[in-house]
Design a protein. Structure first.
Ligand SMILES: Cc1ncc(COP(=O)(O)O)c(C=O)c1O
Length: 406
């Protein structure tokens, strides 16, 4: 391949449990299923401002990388929130409130009614909360404002002022917590229990699955859009998708598996090597916690623990787990901003490019490329999961001379 960024090393684990001909069985259907996918689509596509995000063709970058076709699902414009996460947290907040309205008043309501101020007496008594690196919290805060309840958000110290302010603009009470992302997850769970708040986390653990599954069903809207947008074209052969707690990757996996069946693209999960919980879990065949600062520049992916329901799906559905180093991130953001050989300019945030980095790294590693069946005929889909979610930081990176923010 002709290089678009300097060479770098990827680590990879193949998943021997993933088989193309495996059926999407009842255990998986109990988690993410067609009815849930259809309900999320019906609900989210009815929200004000809904529009499918663009699926952008990048022929210049595809040619430079030596593959047939490359498409980039650009989530930067999603509901004006800047990331695909808008689909998940807000959807889970809506579902939670509708459940509470029904439990407390016996009335089956709709989110349209909540948006119009219906059941305000109940909604305003409810406080939803979550821990976040930024994007999930922004979605929960937006959903709380949209549907009329209160919202408290915990963030680790690594989250920027800009991302904090973005959540406060939706009326959320945003609090910095000592420690890393996983510490803020644990603390908000404890405080929710003590204070009677409703935890709307994107991370599931044994006994806590409903909001995370709602969040993931919300994300399937994005995967479903790519299927509709590619209608009439040959299906992608590979999808590279970044992993934080894994909700996104599992939602894509489940949606593609149920839609494409055995013709589904190979799914490759890509994480920063500083927060590689899926990679490490795949190596031992069971969920493993990665500790430390998790201080990757890809803040949305800075998770040391897998979401259990995501692991259930990905441990049988993902073809491989890759890690990429931080050092490629800023350069790849600049490559996308410039566009390769006339490709359109794309605004991609730090966590948006990991899937693409994984693809480029795999193509640079012949044994891995061959193992993944990647080559000149490949049609690859990557998910650009965020735009400039912190515009000042984005400008600093794009304007910076050599990979470090200016
Ligand atoms: C921009 C972006 N991309 C990808 C992810 C990863 O999603 P998940 O944590 O569901 O794996 C996140 C999570 O915060 C994110 O913010």
């Amino acid at each position: 391949m002709s290089r678009v960024i300097p060479p770098f090393e990827v680590q990879a684990v193949r998943n021997s449990n993933a088989r193309a001909d495996a059926t999407y069985g009842p255990e998986l259907r109990a988690l993410l299923n067609e009815a849930g996918i259809a309900a999320a689509w019906e609900e989210i596509s009815s929200w004000p401002g809904y529009a499918p995000t663009p699926l952008v063709r990048l022929p210049g970058l595809a040619a430079a990388a030596g593959i047939h076709d490359l498409r980039y699902k650009d989530e930067g414009g999603r509901f004006g929130l800047g990331s695909f996460k808008a689909l998940g947290g807000a959807y889970a907040v809506g579902r939670l409130l509708l459940g509470e309205v029904e439990a407390r008043s016996g009335v089956r309501s709709t989110t349209a009614e909540l948006r119009a101020g219906g059941h305000r007496d109940i909604a305003r008594e409810i406080t939803v909360c979550t821990a976040t690196d930024g994007n999930h919290g922004r979605s929960v805060a937006w959903g709380a404002q949209l549907f009329g309840c209160k919202c408290i958000i915990y963030i680790p110290a690594t989250v920027s002022e800009g991302r904090k302010a973005a959540m406060e603009r939706f009326g959320a009470d945003v609090r910095w917590i000592e420690g890393n992302y996983d510490d803020s997850v644990r603390q908000v769970a404890d405080d929710a229990e003590r204070n009677g708040w409703y935890l709307v986390s994107d991370t599931s653990h044994p006994g806590y699955t409903i909001p995370p599954l709602d969040v993931m069903h919300g994300y399937t809207v994005m995967a479903g859009e790519t299927i509709r947008q590619s209608m009439g074209d040959a299906a992608p052969t590979h999808a590279f998708v970044q992993g934080g707690v894994g909700g996104l990757a599992a939602a894509v996996c489940a949606c593609f598996w149920q839609s494409y069946g055995s013709a589904r693209p190979r799914l490759i999960v890509v994480e920063p090597n500083k927060a590689a919980c899926f990679y490490e879990s795949a190596r031992v065949g069971a969920p493993v916690t990665v500790t430390g600062d998790l201080d990757t520049v890809m803040g949305g992916l800075a998770s040391g623990e897998v979401s259990r329901v995501a692991w259930e799906v990905l441990s049988v559905g993902a073809d491989a787990f890759l890690t990429v180093p931080d050092e490629t991130t800023f350069e790849l953001m600049r490559v996308l901003a410039r566009g390769v050989d006339g490709d359109p300019s794309i605004v991609a945030g730090e966590s948006a490019i990991a899937g693409l980095a994984g693809l480029l790294g795999a193509l640079e590693t012949p044994a891995l490329a061959s193992d993944l069946g990647l080559g000149p005929d490949s049609r690859v889909l990557v998910f650009g999961t965020e735009g400039a979610t912190d515009p000042e930081l984005y400008q600093a990176i794009i304007g910076g001379p050599s990979g470090a923010p200016a």
